[in-house]
Ligand binder design. Structure first.
Ligand code: B12
Ligand code: SF4
Length: 639
């Protein structure tokens, strides 16, 4: 029996999360089932497909693998896309058995989106349940849904972690794509913060045995891992913490970087030394708020003096401290939120700060109490706050976010540029769809193109003799929203000479789909352009009227189009800070690229190429990192 363990990744416009696309939950379940007599064939999709391909391209890969059973892991970032994918799969393969679980199984949204489609939707730990369900399916592949559900619900009780086989040591999964090893040393969390599902509502905390940690640290050393990420929510509650840190220091012979989450309030100089000696290079810590009223409501407390002291002790020893704060907690006001920001600035702790808007996650105490606490939120993922009792509405939260960005000197919402670079031959996915100017075809892509499309494709509209076909741009955008709503598209409009700005402003609403996850996730971003569900750009040789192009750039970013070397020699060019696309099929000599280094110092990613080999040379010249596992992207020009 072929069982596909499916977990769709976190997405964004720059494929930034490719390194964290790792099916750990499936790995655990497959390892447990294999070592408990379920002799099945576990399948995982290649990561270059999951991280970079659109939903239909993933469907194509699943059809090729032809699984009998799909085990889907559902998180808030993937539940809608997984639902669409599984509906399409069921249409093509009516006999496939579909099982789902993960944090999103705990909520109403999950049941609505997938309840009818799945044979089981399991809320809770999956290893034991899945083994029982697979045993039944192996015995009788046609077994009825009701029987499967009753088998699942009769298996309660939490697994003893001493019996759990390791998905890594059993060879089921390897390191994450960025070569880090993710390992738990506990399940559950002793704290009960109202907004959190990290502890998955387990009634107690369970620990993995000491040997588990030892074997994983040794394995990571042996495999040349870049980092070991202890997924524990509160590493400091590990029993015999000091002893364990000393042991980790001994096991971690090659000094693989370590990372975890912990409360820094309890860190004294001795513990800080031990963290450093074990190999910790970074610790993420939740401050959330410094306001006592707010903290009390969400079941937390914080001694700010101890927090600052602990954080500094770690920083002094070279351990990075990444601090999380939340905007929009119950009772939060713009003043209380900004007081938290000020605390970090005042303490000199503002270099690595994440500001997360509050999410009302399914299965949490906050979800139960949201109404009582006056927290309004969207009832669909990511369940983001829209108003608080403290008087913050969306506009007030956007303003607070903007102020936080200013005070912390942080860009919390990065702008990604389109990826134009492609390989001439033998590509895996289509990254650029070029739409010719005059005889622009009706919107729509042939099936064989749709099934090879990248997740963040570029739709490049070429300018013709009659200018740009604005109407067609709108039709294409509406077609995309109706037919392939899951992708994160870049709309690149070639416009080489000044044009009526209203034309551009009029197409923008069609390029934004407010019903997408992306639009909801970035709803509190202060910049209206970045709140869009797609990324429009103007591509231009910028002929004439520099002020005109500067003006356009303040509405929609402009990328400068160049075809010949030498564009950098123009001194005092007011448009010199625009990103540049160097469109050429030739290989550019590294000596030329070295000349450009100075011009793009600190913004290396703003020089773009149409040929992938040139991107690689540029990365070598500048030391810029490229995704190691990126598939080959191709470019097509519609007839
Ligand atoms: C690693 C991680 C990430 C990684 C990505 C993970 C990935 N592989 O793609 C990164 C760092 C990118 C990430 C980002 C975010 N994350 Co995160 N993340 C985690 C973390 C720490 C570990 C996930 C994991 O692998 N756990 C270990 C596995 C074994 O546990 P599990 O997933 O629960 O699986 C078990 C069961 O659920 C069940 N099960 C799972 N699938 C199935 C299927 C079947 C059929 C069955 C029967 C059972 C079953 O069995 C499994 C084994 O016991 C969890 C917290 C945690 N400890 O789980 C949060 C968590 C998943 N993240 C969460 C959140 C909120 C986020 C963010 C939205 C945070 C933010 N505000 O930005 C962002 C996403 C941003 C975006 N753009 O959307 C929430 C998700 C809640 C939800 N309803 O989905 C969690 C639970 C933490 C929390 N705060 O409560 N995250
Ligand atoms: S926020 Fe951290 S400490 Fe609080 S319950 Fe979640 S994991 Fe535990």
């Amino acid at each position: 029996m072929k069982v596909l363990y499916l977990q769709l990744p976190v997405l964004d416009f720059g494929y930034d999360y490719w390194g964290a696309d790792h099916p750990l939950a499936g790995g655990y379940m497959a390892a447990y089932c294999l070592t408990h007599g379920m002799d099945h064939e576990p399948l995982f999709l290649p990561q270059k497909i999951t991280s970079f391909a659109s939903t239909l391209a993933i469907l194509d890969e699943i059809l090729r693998l032809d699984p009998d059973v799909v085990v889907a892991t559902l998180y808030l970032w993937n539940i809608e896309r997984t639902a669409r994918l599984l509906h399409l799969l069921k249409q093509e393969r009516p006999k496939v058995r579909l099982l789902g679980g993960g944090p999103e199984a705990a909520g109403r949204f999950g049941r609505r989106a997938l309840g009818g489609l799945l044979d089981i939707l399991w809320k809770g730990e999956g290893e034991v349940v899945l083994a029982k369900v697979l045993a039944e399916l192996m015995d009788d592949p046609e077994v009825g849904v009701m029987k499967l559900r009753s088998i699942a619900s009769s298996s309660d009780g939490l697994l003893s972690l001493h019996e759990l086989p390791s998905p890594y040591l059993e060879g089921v999964i390897g390191l994450a794509p960025d070569r880090s090893l993710w390992v738990e040393s506990m399940r559950g969390c002793p704290f009960r913060c109202a907004y959190c599902y990290y502890g998955k509502s387990f009634s107690k905390v369970r620990w993995f045995p000491k040997e588990w940690i030892e074997r994983h640290v040794l394995w990571a050393n042996e495999k040349g891992a870049q980092e070991i990420y202890f997924l524990d929510p509160s590493f400091q509650v590990l029993p015999s913490l000091e002893e364990r840190l000393k042991e980790i220091a001994r096991w971690n012979r090659k000094r693989v970087r370590l990372h975890t989450e912990a409360r820094v309030e309890m860190v004294d100089s001795r513990l800080a030394d031990l963290f450093r000696e074990a190999g910790f290079s970074s610790i993420e810590t939740g401050l959330q708020s410094t306001n006592n009223e707010v903290l009390k409501k969400i079941g937390r407390s914080c001694d700010t003096a101890s927090f600052a002291r602990g954080a500094h002790l770690l920083l002094e020893r070279g351990v990075d401290v990444e601090i999380d704060i939340i905007l929009g907690l119950p009772g939060d006001t713009p003043e209380s939120f900004l007081a938290t920001v000020e605390f970090l600035v005042g303490e000199g702790l503002s270099t690595k700060v994440n500001v997360f808007p509050l999410l009302v996650l399914p299965g949490t105490r906050l979800e139960e109490r949201a109404k009582k606490w006056g927290v309004n939120y969207t009832k669909v993922p990511p369940y983001q706050v829209e108003a608080t009792e403290g008087g913050m509405d969306i506009e007030a939260m956007r303003a607070a976010m903007e102020e936080a960005e200013k005070r912390l000197h942080l860009g919390l919402y990065p702008l990604h540029l389109p990826e134009f670079a492609s390989q001439g031959e033998g590509w895996d996915l289509i990254g650029v769809v070029e739409i010719p100017p005059d005889e622009t075809p009706e919107p729509g892509l042939p099936e064989q193109v749709l099934r090879r499309l990248a997740q963040c494709p570029v739709f490049l509209f070429r300018e013709g003799k009659k200018g740009l076909p604005w109407e067609k741009v709108i039709h294409w955008a509406l077609w995309q929203r109706a037919n392939i709503p899951d992708i994160l598209p870049f709309w690149v409009l070639e416009l080489n000479s000044p044009f009526p700005q209203e034309e551009l402003i009029q197409v923008l609403p069609a390029l934004h789909d407010p019903s997408t996850y992306q639009a909801r996730l970035w709803n509190l971003c202060p910049d209206p352009y970045l709140r869009m569900s797609s990324r429009p750009f103007v591509l231009s040789t910028c002929k004439g009227q520099e002020e005109f192009w500067m003006d356009i750039n303040s509405t929609v970013p402009v990328i400068r189009l160049v075809r010949e070397p030498g564009f950098w020699s123009r001194e005092r060019d007011p448009l010199r800070n625009f990103p540049v696309l160097w469109e050429t099929d030739s290989l550019i000599r590294p000596i030329l690229l070295r000349e450009l280094r100075g011009l793009f110092q600190g913004r290396e990613e703003e020089l773009l190429f149409t040929r992938w080999e040139n991107t690689v040379s540029w990365a070598m010249v500048t030391g810029m990192e490229l995704p190691l596992t990126r598939p080959r992207f191709g470019r097509i020009r519609l007839p």
